[in-house]
Write a protein that binds this ligand. Structure first.
Ligand SMILES: [Mn+2]
Length: 432
């Protein structure tokens, strides 16, 4: 906890307040502890939006900001008995002082206190639509507050998602250094595992190796469940069963990233389990790589954030024409989106506190334009399903290549470059 710069969170709250209308409040909830099954829970992971504005790592908490600059935190009362089971709890008083809130209250009293704090305001901002349970609490609090006024009040509920998402879109220096570290750990992990795989291993053998590498390199958690897909299972985009054997001659697609200081990384590599690409595998791989490289080049400050998508569709379609997977003219293929038979997902996503960062792609009907400090994944793929109208020798090949890029003044910086991406480099690494 001591490595957190609490001024960063305070500054973000001040910035959020600047973006609020006058006579308004913003109310955001923490994550909850989620049950796995009877009496056991998943490891707690704080809600990214709540964390971004507070730095506070406990469940059952709510933050309130007022346009007049005041801030309040609701959290669990300190409970020495419970602390013997579940560990340290801040309690409102200590949390208020340490995290720099003006007021703090017992979360159990929120239904009485929060309506008092929001009554008489014109606007209540919330992250509407993210959590039905919390949305209904918000509605109830607004209802209580309105009924407290001598003449029925009318607090206007507004969605703060795009405002907060726009703040989160531009990463500050601290965030960039955490993302870089997360990317570095993930890249080193991919390289280390590639050197140690062998024919006949199961997908979960590999999964285990990746998770182990993350942990020994300083990341406690993966940023999502790793996808380890041997052979044709690579064509299933969110395959996480990871329970089959990877056979000689097959590729394995691994989409695995880690979390460092709450920030995600997200890398995909596809490589031959026996260390040597076949001619067909290499031919498809090089098309995906060409699309990847061109898409990275298309991430330019001032240009729409959809340009890498369009670029990848063009380069990939040309490649699919060249090897005879698609027929007709390039313009026609792009117009009719014939490439979608082989490339059926988007080029990438914003990345930060969330692996799919909770940030907008368009605002007020306009595409978001690239700016310095944005972080996006670039991850084109080609997947040849059994149903494709191609020679049998191609079927079952599924390839995705994914790196994480930072938008800078001089173009893009590849944050995951420590893991090889060219087929020659992968083969050489796997030989070593
Ligand atoms: Mn991704």
């Amino acid at each position: 906890m001591s490595d957190l710069n609490l001024n960063t969170f305070k500054a973000r709250r001040a910035e959020a307040i600047k973006r609020m209308e006058k006579n308004s409040v913003l109310v955001i909830s923490s994550a909850k502890l989620v049950s796995r099954n009877n009496d056991t829970t998943f490891p707690f992971r704080q809600d990214s939006n709540f964390y971004y504005l507070t730095g506070f790592q406990e469940p059952d908490s709510v933050m309130l900001l007022h346009s007049n600059g005041r801030s309040a935190l609701f959290c669990r009362e300190k409970n020495p008995d419970l602390e013997k089971w579940d560990g340290f709890m801040w309690g409102p008083e200590a949390a208020k002082d340490f995290y720099g809130f003006d007021e703090a209250f017992d979360i159990n009293k929120i239904n009485d206190i929060l309506p008092e704090l929001i009554r008489g305001n014109e606007t209540l901002y919330a992250l509407v639509g993210k959590n039905i349970d919390f949305d209904s609490k918000i509605t109830n609090w607004i209802n209580s507050a309105n009924s407290m006024e001598r003449h029925q009040g009318n607090i206007d509920l507004k969605n703060f998602s795009n405002i907060l998402g726009s703040m989160r879109l531009i990463k500050d220096d601290e965030e960039i250094s955490l993302i870089k570290k997360s990317c570095e750990i993930a890249a080193i992990s991919h390289s280390n595992v590639m050197q140690n795989v062998s024919v006949g291993m199961s997908e979960y053998d590999l999964e285990c190796m990746y998770l182990n590498e993350f942990k020994i390199n300083g990341s406690r958690e993966a940023s999502y469940t790793p996808i380890v897909a041997g052979g044709s299972r690579a064509c299933i985009l969110h395959y996480i069963e990871n329970n089959q054997t990877v056979k000689d001659g097959e590729l394995v697609l691994v989409d695995a990233g880690c979390e460092y200081g709450m920030y995600a990384s997200d890398i995909t590599r596809t490589y031959p389990i026996n260390g040597k690409f076949s001619a067909e595998q290499k031919a498809v791989y090089d098309i995906v790589l060409a699309a990847h490289n061109a898409a990275c080049e298309a991430a330019i400050i001032g240009d729409p954030c959809t340009n890498p998508q369009k670029t990848s569709e063009k380069v990939l379609s040309q490649g699919l024409l060249d090897i005879g997977f698609l027929k007709g003219s390039l313009d026609e293929i792009l117009e009719k989106e014939d490439f979608k038979e082989f490339y059926y997902h988007k080029i990438g996503h914003w990345m930060g506190l969330d692996v799919h960062d909770d940030c907008p792609y368009s605002l007020d009907g306009n595409e978001v334009k690239f700016d310095k400090g944005m972080v996006m994944t670039i991850e084109p793929g080609i997947y040849v399903n059994d149903t494709a109208d191609v020679d049998d020798k191609w079927k079952g090949i599924g390839i995705r290549i994914e790196n994480d890029i930072l938008i800078t003044e001089d173009g893009f910086e590849n944050l995951t470059s420590k893991v090889p991406v060219e087929t020659d480099d992968i083969e050489n690494l796997m030989k070593s």
